[in-house]
Design a protein around this ligand. Sequence first.
Ligand code: AMP
Ligand code: GLY
Length: 432
Amino acid sequence: MKILLLGSGGREHALALKLKAGGADLTSAPGSDALATLGARVDLDLENPAAVAAWCAEHRPDLVVPGPEVPLVAGVADAVRALGIPVFGHGAATAQLEGSKAFAKDFMQRHGLPCAASHTVTDLAAGEALIRSWSHGYPIVLKADGLAAGKGVVLASTEAEALATYRDFLAGQFGDASRTVVLEAPLAGMELSLHVLADVDADHAAYALLPACQDHKRIFDGDQGPNTGGMGAFGPLPFLRPEDIELMRTRLVEPTLRGLQADGLVARGVLFLGVMWTARGPELLEYNVRFGDPETQVMMQLLDEDLAALLLEVAEGRLVTRDLKLKPHTAIAVVLAAEDYPAGAKKGVPISIGSTAVTVIHAGTRLQDGQWLTNGGRVLNLATSAPDLAAARAAIEAALPAVTWPGRQVRHDIGLKALRHAEAGKTVQDPW
Ligand code: AMP
Ligand code: GLY
């Protein structure tokens, strides 16, 4: 199968490794040096639907797989599908679930999805008044409406901080993306990532769940330090019981699909539900319309299916609701980050990659004269799976000395809190 994969990071490298293992003929755009070792590479502007469609019209791939949200929100999937070429990815209308937090909250509220109380504001004085009379508890969660490269959510623990953040947002801190702001009540509990392959149109609604994963967003062990794009993930969660998954199906997944149908929105891709398991049960933090990074690196270790065939089923509207074939393992992906990340990223540092039993995934590297160099904040991921979480964690720890460079940052506690929770015999209902 001839596949055009859009993107350049760790998520795309993990998808590419899996697609390649199934025999796909890959082209990546804009790709990376690591992706170029798996197929052709073409320089396309992912924010320009016409440019991507023009390449597709000429080269006629059998399937196009956009990795990041930006091309989906820009309408790349619509432009390519208009040529009769299948795309695993939602059109711009559905991508608004990630592209606009105000749109997503309106969707959740209208369709009865459990989520935090919120107000959408665009007027400076009205928002300031809301913050001054805030009655939903602290921290106040402020969300820039549009895409802000993962930086558009601030948890303000004082009124003064909330007012300052709100004023910065409205003044255009993220351009037009922050001129509309969602002010939201805080949800407390355990956060998890639930990915759903979704194939929905007016007369068809099918889905398949991927294993629930947990990301670790802070840079340091023990969830300390600034937020990052994600320092590591694992899945499935050892203490989630079948009835807990069932609750997420009936409270979150199925109402979402019914809501899409009711609103006339078509889904042909993945929906990544950011879930907070609160004292009231699972509630929805957000929708993403793409695979998570590094959750994808975890899920690709577990998926025991031909990925290209599965994505094509969704892209062609042929998915049948079913359980996916999964390895009965727990997988983990640990991010190796550059010095200075997340404030910056020291680039150009030579990486030593020795022989290792785990999968080495490239997120931000480049190749120069046969030497891999750091080239981004999240540089590499080590991923593997094992019969249980403790064994998976141990396999990564054993591999870490083989893949290193001066200034490398890595967390050693990915999955540790969940492991302790499970070992203590606790369930998802117990305090996290
Ligand atoms: P988002 O971009 O919506 O995923 O938000 C980024 C992160 O902010 C989430 O992964 C949560 O950890 C946190 N967050 C978002 N909304 C809330 C909320 N209502 N209460 C607590 N934390 C939140
Ligand atoms: N790992 C979180 C995300 O991809 O948004």
